[in-house]
Design a protein around this ligand. Structure first.
Ligand code: GTP
Length: 359
């Protein structure tokens, strides 16, 4: 089986973490999201995968030329200018070798999921579909693309990000994984920007193509925002989100080697502590991601937050639902509240701020 992974987005909602690293390459529970996805695809029988890259395309090839433990045939379809999700699929198809009637699995690069990938392909095949979409149900669908279906699973409409209550016609949303018949990909216009959600899917419905939705109620999370990102990492660490890369290392926290953690420090709720991190006396780290060589000083509290490479959090500082990017330093007794973002290498002096903003 062959697959395309869409990994060319700018990841603006995760800035400043995505200034130097594209979102799908940010480590979650110690591995780039893309690695978790490739591992799951390999488990489902995928042997050839094309990464549709654009923003910071070089980071992917640099990493996977050194880290291909999956025995996967990985190809890179680089867009000089971002082609949008549909344009990226079309551009990546040049590296597929399957026939026109064969299935191609397509994943958004920023979702964590327990989807039964093989089951989705089976449903595509049984239904003789042009496209099968993975759908999940959410309590508040306003931020997503809604996909109502009839009783046979046939897709009735695509409604991108509803704004009025009347537009919320279902709780089923596009969960960011599809199976396309190869020949349907070849019909997407080449060399221009195309949105698969706004253009390709509605056009397929207009032309009576067979598009089916497959609801899977297993684990699903879009890692697009800082809060979702730290939750996704914590869910992987605790085994709530499945990844073949973490089998055998599931627990309440994941602490890598070469760290110095004071015995009185508390590290809980799925926190991940990278290589070379130092955690001081009575520090509290809860549901957070601490990247390599960061320092969490004595008495500091880091709650549902992300602390970048070599960043430091001062004594008795407290951060909640905050991003502190690489190399930044937060002085003693500072307090950052939900939504705060500290840019790379910024220095905030002791007790300088108590800051909060929108998420
Ligand atoms: P935000 O800027 O925070 O919305 O994130 P994003 O840029 O990743 O956009 P979004 O989450 O909507 O994208 C969904 C998936 O499609 C992600 O995996 C992106 O990497 C990918 N993607 C979005 N636009 C493009 C594109 O123009 N080219 C390629 N190759 N991938 C894209």
């Amino acid at each position: 089986m062959q697959a395309i992974l869409l990994v060319g987005g700018q990841g603006t909602r995760l800035r400043p973490l995505t200034i130097s690293t594209p979102k799908p390459m940010l480590p979650v529970a110690g591995y780039p999201c893309t690695s978790h996805q490739i591992a799951r695809a390999a488990d489902a029988g995928v042997t050839r995968i094309v990464l549709g890259t654009s923003y910071r395309a070089e980071v992917f090839e640099d990493y996977f030329s050194q880290h291909n433990e999956f025995d996967m045939d990985i190809h890179y379809a680089v867009e000089d200018e971002p082609l949008g999700t549909g344009g990226a699929i079309r551009n990546a198809a040049q590296f597929l070798t399957c026939g026109p009637d064969d299935p191609v699995i397509i994943f958004n690069g920023d979702i964590l999921t327990g989807l039964d990938i093989t089951g989705l392909v089976e449903r595509w095949r049984e239904s003789n579909a042009d496209v099968a979409l993975y759908l999940t149900r959410v309590d508040d669908p306003r931020a997503y693309g809604l996909v109502p279906t009839d009783e046979t699973g046939r897709v009735l409409a695509f409604k991108e990000k509803p704004t009025t209550p009347e537009e919320i016609v279902t709780d089923q949303i596009n969960a960011g994984c599809y199976v396309f018949k190869r020949s349907v990909i070849d019909r997407i216009p080449a060399d221009r920007v195309v949105s698969v959600e706004r253009e390709t899917f509605p056009e397929l419905l207009e032309t009576d193509a067979r598009v089916i939705g497959v609801v899977d109620d297993g684990y699903w999370l879009d890692l697009g925002t800082p809060l979702a990102f730290s939750k996704g990492s914590a869910d992987l660490v605790r085994g709530i989100a499945p990844s073949p890369l973490l089998e055998g290392s599931i627990g309440d926290s994941l602490v890598k080697s070469g760290t110095s953690v004071h015995p009185s420090a508390s590290i809980t709720a799925g926190s991940y502590i990278g290589n070379g991190v130092s955690v001081g006396e009575n520090a509290i780290i809860e549901g957070s991601v601490i990247y390599d060589n960061a320092t969490i000083a004595a008495g500091a509290q880091v709650i549902r937050s992300i602390v970048g490479d070599s960043a430091s959090i001062g004594t008795h500082a407290r951060i909640t639902e905050t991003v502190v990017a690489e190399g930044a330093s937060l002085g003693a007794h500072n307090e950052l509240n939900p939504g705060a973002r500290v840019f790379p290498n910024a220095v905030i002096n002791d007790s300088a701020i108590r800051f909060s903003s929108d998420r």
